[in-house]
Design a protein around this ligand. Structure first.
Ligand code: DX5
Ligand code: ZN
Length: 221
């Protein structure tokens, strides 16, 4: 299996007043996946959406639903998001949980597993878990809000993770996702560093014409 490069639009910056219509518009340009940011007001200083919106998303699109859980206690909510229609659940190493237990729980629900790292977290903690997961998410902003500036140091982290994946023979099976401040300027930097899944919020849904912005980013890839 070899990995694909793919833009994952993040709905954090979408116009929620016509959520379904806005997703259908972008689907016409070949949407494969949507990134959904779940925030609890504790792990990050912001509150966003819960399983009911994921259920709504599931009913309006066949796109792969990539759920990014920015939660203090992610284990409590795995079942609810899995049953709501998530395809992939990403948890943070910095949350309050036993990472190996959470990975097993996500697997029990038959979902893909992602592990996320905040900008200040050193990636070494990940290495023993790489063989058990489907994706590493390298945060390139401090999680909580869309529209922040890309943190350049995250490129080194992406490179480090990719080196380990190669050394462990996992380079074709574990995806490397980057999230935060990805736009027309930073996209190729992250791709050159080794990322293959690119979360983009503001640089798509913050634009006057999100469909055009999505197409332009896809063309750059
Ligand atoms: C931030 C979220 C991101 C956010 C990215 O905490 O995890 O997914 O939507 O937004 P942009 O692309 O605007 O930085
Ligand atoms: Zn995210």
């Amino acid at each position: 299996m070899s990995k694909i490069n793919c833009i994952y639009p993040s709905i954090l910056s979408i116009d929620f007043s016509c959520l379904g219509d806005n997703i259908r518009k972008i689907e016409s340009s070949g949407l494969e996946a949507l990134h959904v940011d779940v925030m609890d007001g504790h792990f990050v200083p912001n509150l966003t959406i819960g399983p009911s919106i994921v259920k709504t998303l599931r009913s309006v699109t066949p796109a792969f639903l990539d759920i990014h859980l920015m939660l203090q206690y992610p284990q409590k909510y795995i079942k609810a998001f899995a049953e709501a229609g998530a395809d992939s659940l990403t948890v943070h190493v910095e949350s309050d949980h036993d990472l190996q237990e959470t990975i097993a729980l996500i697997r029990e629900h038959g979902k893909k597993v992602g592990i996320a790292l905040n900008p200040e977290t050193s990636p070494e903690i990940l290495r023993p878990h790489l063989k058990d997961i489907d994706m590493v998410l390298v945060m390139s902003v401090h999680p909580g809000f869309g529209g922040q500036a890309f943190i350049k140091n995250s490129l080194k982290k992406i490179e480090m993770v990719c080196t380990w994946l190669s050394e462990d023979g996992l380079q074709d099976s574990v995806n490397v996702q980057v999230d935060g401040g990805v736009d027309m300027k930073t996209l190729l930097l992250t791709k050159d560093a080794g990322a293959n899944l690119f979360v983009v919020g503001n640089a798509i849904f913050g634009k006057e014409n999100p469909v055009k912005a999505f197409e332009e980013l896809k063309n750059i890839l």
